[in-house]
Ligand binder design. Structure first.
Ligand SMILES: [Zn+2]
Length: 95
């Protein structure tokens, strides 16, 4: 996986966040679209949470498909509450 072209996106409007070179946790990240801003630490937390939810959804649907192909019908994919994230990213986790 390449980390070269990862972008942090605003969860509200989908615009790019300002990029900071060598950011520290207290640096302020601002959305270039709507001007929404947060501490870098909080942005990281939100992006991590978003990635985890994406991974969970991907794994869950892969399992569901796999089980069905094997003749098991009882597997229910995780029912994820669609959360509104303050910040997301373009990182795609391959399952
Ligand atoms: Zn925004």
């Amino acid at each position: 996986m390449s980390y070269q072209d990862v972008r942090v996106l605003c969860g509200k409007c989908g615009s790019d966040a300002t990029s900071i070179e060598n950011p520290s946790l207290d640096d302020i990240v601002t959305c270039t679209g709507c001007g929404s801003s947060d501490r870098f630490e909080d942005v990281l937390d939100s992006v991590k949470e978003h990635m985890l939810e994406q991974a969970t959804a991907g794994i869950s649907s892969a399992l569901s498909t796999g089980f069905k192909r094997s003749g098991f019908d009882g597997f229910k994919p995780a029912n994820l509450a669609r959360k509104q994230f303050a910040w997301t990213s373009t990182v795609k986790l391959e399952v």
